[in-house]
Design a protein around this ligand. Structure first.
Ligand code: SF4
Length: 293
């Protein structure tokens, strides 16, 4: 059984920079992260072990016990940051520059007279940050949401995407929006980030070669779920796991080639543990097969 790693996978620079900042010794026991720094359970656990406190979001401002707070790689609206400053906190901003690019892009589309639309998940912290300073906006995720565009009565749309969206899906949606009879003009800026794009491209390539894909990442990680989705679309058996102890030997029986990929918030050590365990399982399964034949 061959085991291959995707040519691009795992932690992106935005997530790594944010983790490095949060782990910095100067913060020990004095920092609270507002919102999940990254959607990865192992990273959240090691932050807690380093004395970093976590609160789910700005709604929990009253529960913050430290003077220093950090905005996550997913970014936040200016009004969220302002609220923290005004409450007397020292704010460290670990927003990824590629998320901030989306904030700037949508504001510039609004300045040009377009009605702002985000393709993404409306409850995702990144999307909440993107739209958080806008007077009005729409978040759409699929064709069912076109009704929202119609009801809004806006005919000139400025569209951006959540950074972790799937390129094919976004392009198909935008094409359909351009064709809607109740839309006159669409300005679309593809704001999917390069690391996400690289990981999607790599999983596409690898999925063409394997008959099983193991996708590693937090269950609430948007970009990890998209990697699984790419495999589903190609009809490749894929299993989404958070750690090596969730691997099942049965998945590997009669498989020729196994691929491994991971979302942008999955640390290298977690990928290495999974890789090592898969090599062990592969050896075990092959041993059993040769005994049986
Ligand atoms: S996934 Fe992209 S936008 Fe998000 S932190 Fe990583 S590089 Fe930045």
């Amino acid at each position: 059984m061959k085991v291959s790693l995707a040519s691009a996978m795992g932690t992106c620079f935005g997530v790594q920079d944010a983790i490095n900042l949060a782990m910095s010794p100067e913060f020990s026991n004095e920092l609270t992260i507002v919102g999940q720094l990254v959607h990865n359970p192992q990273v959240s656990e090691s932050l807690k072990q380093n004395g970093v406190s976590l609160v789910p979001g700005i709604e929990d401002i009253d529960k913050i016990q430290t003077k220093k707070v950090m905005i996550t790689a997913h970014g936040a609206a200016e009004k969220t940051k302002k609220r923290l400053y005004e409450a007397g906190f020292t704010v460290y901003d670990a927003s990824c520059p590629l998320v901030m690019r989306v904030h700037q892009t949508i504001k510039s589309l609004v300045a040009k007279g377009y009605f702002p639309v985000v393709i993404g998940q409306k409850d995702h912290v990144e999307v909440k940050g993107i739209v958080g300073d806008l007077d009005d906006h729409l978040v759409i995720n699929n064709e069912t949401d076109f009704q929202k565009i119609k009801s809004s009565g806006n005919r000139r749309l400025g569209i951006v995407t959540q950074t972790t969206q799937q390129r094919d899906k976004v392009e198909a949606l935008v094409e359909k929006i351009r064709g809607l009879e109740y839309v006159d003009d669409v300005a679309f800026v593809n704001t999917i980030c390069q690391p996400t794009h690289d990981r999607q491209l790599a999983v596409h390539e690898l999925a063409d070669q394997v008959d099983l894909m193991i996708v590693i990442g937090g269950y609430n990680s948007s970009n990890t779920k998209k990697l699984v989705h790419v495999c589903d679309e190609k009809g490749i058996e894929a299993h989404h796991i958070e750690s090596f102890d969730q691997l099942h030997k049965e998945w590997f029986i009669n498989k020729q080639h196994v691929g491994i990929t991971a979302g942008t918030s999955t640390p290298e050590n977690v990928i290495n543990e999974v890789h090592t365990k898969i090599l062990e399982i592969a050896k075990d399964v092959e041993g059993q097969t040769s005994l049986a034949s």
